[in-house]
Structures are given as C-alpha cells and as structure tokens.
Design a protein around this ligand. Structure first.
Ligand code: KET
Length: 403
C-alpha cells in the first residue's frame, strides 16, 4: 500500500530544532527556531499567562466544543488588538475573524478559502520569506511566486523593485506581507513605505495577506499593528493571520486567528460562513485553552498591563543582545560591517553566512542557525552571546565563500 511513499525531507526549521535537542554538547546554542528564550536560556511562562491560566483552572468549567469559528470573547479581543476597539472596520462588523490553530492554521484556512473563492489568484511572497509560506499556499493548490524584497548588498529593502513588480501583477493576485519583524531578514517597511505601498495595492486591485506573528517584538504592540490599521483605514479588503505563540510565549497552545477585512458587514457574514465551512471539514473547531487564556490576558486590565510590560522587556532584551553582538563582532572582525544587527527588527537577522558556513558553525561550534543564514537573536543571552560572536568570527576568518 505504501511502498511508493517517499521519506520526508525534514523541515528546514523544525527538524533543525529537533537535531538541536538531540545534540549532546553542553555548550550548544540554539539560534535556529523563532522562539523567545530568556536570559537563562528558558522559554518563559509569562506571569500574565500564568495568572490567566490559574483563573481558568479555578473556574473548573466543562469543556464543550467551541463554535466552529472559535470563542466570541477571543475573536472580539483579537479584532480590538489588531485594529483598535474604535476602528470603523471593527465597529461596523466588516471584519470576519476565526480563532485558529496557531497562526499557521489561520494562514492555511485563508489559503484554502482563496483557492475556493478566488480560483484564478496566484500568490506572491517576499524574496526571501518564512519557508512555510510557500509550502502552505502550494499545499492549498495555489501557485506561488516571489517579489523582490531583501537587498543582500545593503542589508536593507529593495523597495523600488518591490513596488514595480507589484505594479505588474494581475488584479486579485495575493500579496503576502509581513506586518512587522520580517522573517527571516528582520527588514521591515517603514510607515512611509507602507503609505506608498497601499495605493499600489489598491490601484492594482491586489489582495494583501498580512502575517503578524511577532506583534510587540518590533516597536511595540500598537506600533506593530500599523500596517493592519493603515490597510483597514484605506478600505482595502485583506487577510491577516496573527499569532500569540511568540507574544504570549504559548507556542504549544497553538493560539492564533485569521481575520478578513471585507468591504461591508454583509460580505463579512458570508466570508465568515465559508471560513467556518473550511474549518469544519478540516478540524471542526479550535481548542479552548489557549484562546481563553489569551482572551483573559487581553481583556482583564490588570493582566493586560502585566503582559504589555512583559512583552516590552522581551523586546528590550533582544535589542540589548543585538547591541552586544554588534559590538563584539565589530571588535573581532574589523573592516566588516555588522550594522544590520542594529537596524533589523524582531527576532531575526539575516547574517549573510552561507549554508556551508552555517554547517561549520553547527558542526564545529555547536551554534545553530537556519541554513539560509537566519539567526534568531532571541536565543542569545548574557552567557552565550560572546561565545556566539567568537564562533562567528572564526567561521568568517576561515574564508569560506560568502553568498
Ligand atoms: N508566520 C511567521 C512569519 C512565522 O515566523 C511563524 C513561526 C508563524 C507564522 C507560525 O506561528 P504559529 O505558532 O503557527 O502561530 N515561525 C517560527 C517557527 C516555525 O517555523 O514554525 C520560525 O520561523 O522559526
């Protein structure tokens, strides 16, 4: 029956993380997966989350199926977080939101919806992007292309080329955009660039699909929602998948949402209905726990304040690591510019290391990066940042070919 089934080649991020767990070397450093580790190298359980969980456990309620679209309190809290409570898109009811199994689940449900209801549409993702984007959209039966994004020479953005490519796309093409903290490069659009991009999306009648997986890790919770709010205020129809995995450090709870901003409330009802149909025939309904914890953290004023402070200190700690790594690298490898560590935002930086250099780092120094050269700076801490810099400097000095 299954003799023709091919072996799984492994996932460039998750399989590497599994290899890291198996690595017996005590000095190993995990800068591969996009997970925030604290200064002691642990995945934190946020105080806000712990307290919200305690409230739910104390209530001890039954565990019925949630509605297909998820819990109403969670969905409404998500809309307020993304757009602001008073935003016209929210108050007019023209946003359709489902609670999803991580933002990955939301991305895929949205992709399935596009395949069913916009069958001619093809998808355009940034070059490069999170590996799984291509995989998910192709898995939904959609064709995936790239638009220019990262400029390896400057470590910045190819904004003019990006815009001119988007101007050539057929109407209803889907444009996947990272709302903040671009993965894998850490290179984001400025507000002025978003403001320039939006008229192009509108004129070409493109369908933006925002991925907001790192809200709060860029410039702050509100600031990182700029793209979502600007698109909504401009009256564009768009998708947005958002995640609490990173911002609440609840990775395994698989807690996220998919929202679709529609032209009016009537269309939002139908869109929501079809999202529900997609969910029902995939996994029927989402789990309770993570969504209820997130809803409590978002809506209880005391817990909300604790969470905002906790997220703020995670962001600050990553920034401090960026500065420290930059300083050590600058000292150890004079003549080479490491300013990208300072200018890039969020958990990731694109180091420019080749796959071969990344292999040497892993094999000889037990420092794990993704083979694209992506480094997760949220895995750095006071105890390993120096060792990371020393290892990187050695690898660079070995003079392996740089891409
Ligand atoms: N979008 C982006 C851009 C992203 O980096 C991730 C996860 C997700 C969505 C999915 O998050 P979820 O937990 O489903 O809400 N990225 C890290 C982990 C992974 O690859 O799954 C990573 O890039 O390392």
């Amino acid at each position: 029956m299954f003799h023709h089934v091919e072996p799984f080649a492994g996932d460039p991020i998750l399989s590497l993380n599994e290899d890291f767990q198996k690595d017996p070397r005590p000095n190993k450093i995990n800068l591969s997966i996009g997970i925030y580790f604290d200064d002691t190298g642990r995945i934190p359980v946020l105080d806000s989350v712990r307290r919200a969980e305690a409230q739910h456990v104390a209530k001890g309620g039954p565990k019925p199926y949630l509605p297909i679209e998820g819990a109403a309190n969670f969905r409404s809290a998500v809309q307020q977080l993304l757009f602001g409570a008073d935003h016209e898109a929210v108050t007019s009811g023209r946003v359709a939101t489902i609670q999803s199994v991580g933002s990955s689940g939301g991305l895929k449900v949205g992709a399935d919806f596009i395949n069913r209801w916009l069958p001619g549409s093809e998808v355009w993702v940034s070059d490069p992007t999170w590996d799984n984007h291509r995989s998910m959209f192709e898995g939904a039966g959609l064709k995936v292309h790239t638009y220019p994004y990262y400029d390896a020479a400057s470590g910045g953005l190819r904004f003019a080329e990006m815009l001119s490519t988007l101007r050539t796309l057929p109407p209803q093409s889907v444009v996947l955009l990272h709302a903040c903290c671009h993965n894998p490069t850490g290179v984001d659009l400025t507000r002025a660039q978003w403001d320039e991009l939006i008229p192009v999306l509108r004129e070409r009648r493109l369908l933006p699909y925002l991925d907001l997986a790192y809200q709060g890790f860029g410039d702050g919770i509100e600031a990182d929602a700029y793209a979502a709010r600007a698109l909504a205020s401009a009256g564009l129809s768009f998708f947005i998948a958002n995640s609490f995995s990173k911002s609440m450090s609840v990775y395994g709870e698989r807690c996220g949402a998919l929202s679709v901003a529609c032209p009016d409330a009537k269309q939002a009802v139908n869109v929501l209905g079809q999202l529900k149909f997609t969910v029902r025939r995939n996994y029927s309904s989402p789990p309770i726990h993570g969504g209820q914890v997130a809803a409590t953290v978002l809506t209880d004023p005391a817990l909300r304040a604790v969470w905002e402070a906790e997220l703020g200190s995670m962001r600050e700690r990553i920034l401090a690591m960026r500065k420290k790594l930059h300083a050590v690298m600058q000292a150890k490898v004079p003549g080479r510019n490491f300013d990208y560590f300072l200018t890039q935002r969020g958990m990731f930086s694109y180091t420019g290391l080749s796959a071969e250099q990344v292999d040497v780092l892993r094999e000889q120094h037990a420092v794990y990066l993704v083979r694209s050269g992506r480094m997760c700076l949220a895995g750095l801490n006071v105890n390993n940042v120096e060792a990371t810099a020393v290892a990187m400097a050695q690898v660079l000095a070995q003079g392996l070919p740089r891409r």
